[in-house]
Design a protein around this ligand. Structure first.
Ligand code: SF4
Ligand code: MG
Length: 287
């Protein structure tokens, strides 16, 4: 096995939820038998972004809010790579919100882990789009990424875990990783990961979650029924956790790369064919 990076020690505050998220990512990689040298872990800007220092896979710290387009580029360039993107709710739902919508729409083969703590921890505690009751505008409702994902009809995997329920979180992370690696498209796994320093939501969230995995009436393969149930819960200020939606739709790779050999199979004789192919792709986008 190839040694990639020397693992760093986490620099998070004691009690930060991100320790549990890192543990779940590492559990999923081990359970799916994914090697470090076949994995690229990209991260956005924020406390959460330092996770890519701690795992030992190939890593890339993307520009603020741009982790998804960077991850998509990597996964298109090398379809054999296991691509995991990670970041916080500020990086993913505020500055990166546009990329999130378009990534869900395109359904690339990657796992995207969002560590949601309702706050910008790195810049000392401003409200993020998921803050339950924003301090400056208490009448404003928080963004719910599961509802957003359900409203985009090409989404294929949506899940939410919480760091206090590590067994369930580990399994959701593993299912998301397997979904992406099997070529079914993008898995969005949001983790309720409290910031103990600037927005300690542990006491609140412990009593505010509803586990749809334990709900016999919840149908995670029926987008319409899932949307209605998640909307009901959100309107009651309850946070649904579990496997929110699992469906099928052609992945971005299915749509774009079906006629192109994987990068590692390219030989000099094929480079002209590949150049022509990508020129065709650019033309299709009007570039
Ligand atoms: Fe975690 Fe908050 Fe500390 Fe950042 S400031 S490391 S999010 S507890
Ligand atoms: Mg945050």
């Amino acid at each position: 096995m190839t040694q990639t990076y020397q693992k760093a020690k986490p620099i998070w505050c004691a009690g930060c939820g991100h320790f549990g998220v890192q543990g779940a990512i590492q559990y999923a990689m081990a359970a799916a038998d994914v090697s470090l040298h076949e994995t690229l872990l990209l991260a956005g800007i924020g406390c959460s972004g330092t996770v890519q220092n701690n795992v030992g896979a190939y890593g890339y710290h993307a520009m603020h809010g741009r982790v998804l387009p960077t991850a998509i580029g990597a996964s298109l360039a090398n379809p054999d790579l296991t691509v995991i993107a990670a970041g916080g709710d500020g990086d993913g739902y505020a500055i990166g919100g546009g990329h999130l919508m378009h990534s869900l729409k395109r359904n690339p083969n990657l796992l995207y882990v969002v560590m949601n703590n309702g706050v910008y921890g790195l810049t000392k505690g401003q409200d993020s789009p998921t803050r339950a009751i924003p301090r400056a505008a208490p009448e404003e409702d928080p963004l719910d990424a599961m509802l957003l994902g359900l409203a985009i009809k090409s989404t294929t995997f949506l899940a939410r875990g919480i760091t206090t329920r590590s067994d369930q979180l580990n399994e959701l992370m593993l299912k998301g990783l397997q979904h992406a690696r099997s070529g079914r498209g993008m898995a969005l796994v949001e983790v309720l990961s409290p910031c103990v320093t600037y927005n300690d939501t542990y006491p609140d969230w412990m009593h505010k979650v509803h586990d749809v995995d334990a709900d016999p009436d919840y149908r995670n393969s029926d987008r319409g029924a899932a949307f209605m149930r998640v909307l009901e819960l959100v309107q009651e200020s309850v946070l649904p956790i579990g496997l929110i939606y699992h469906g099928s739709h052609p992945s971005l790779q299915d749509a774009l790369l079906r006629d192109v050999p994987p990068a590692k199979a390219l030989d000099p004789g094929r480079s002209e064919q590949t150049r022509q192919y990508y020129e065709g792709v650019l033309e299709a986008y009007g570039v």
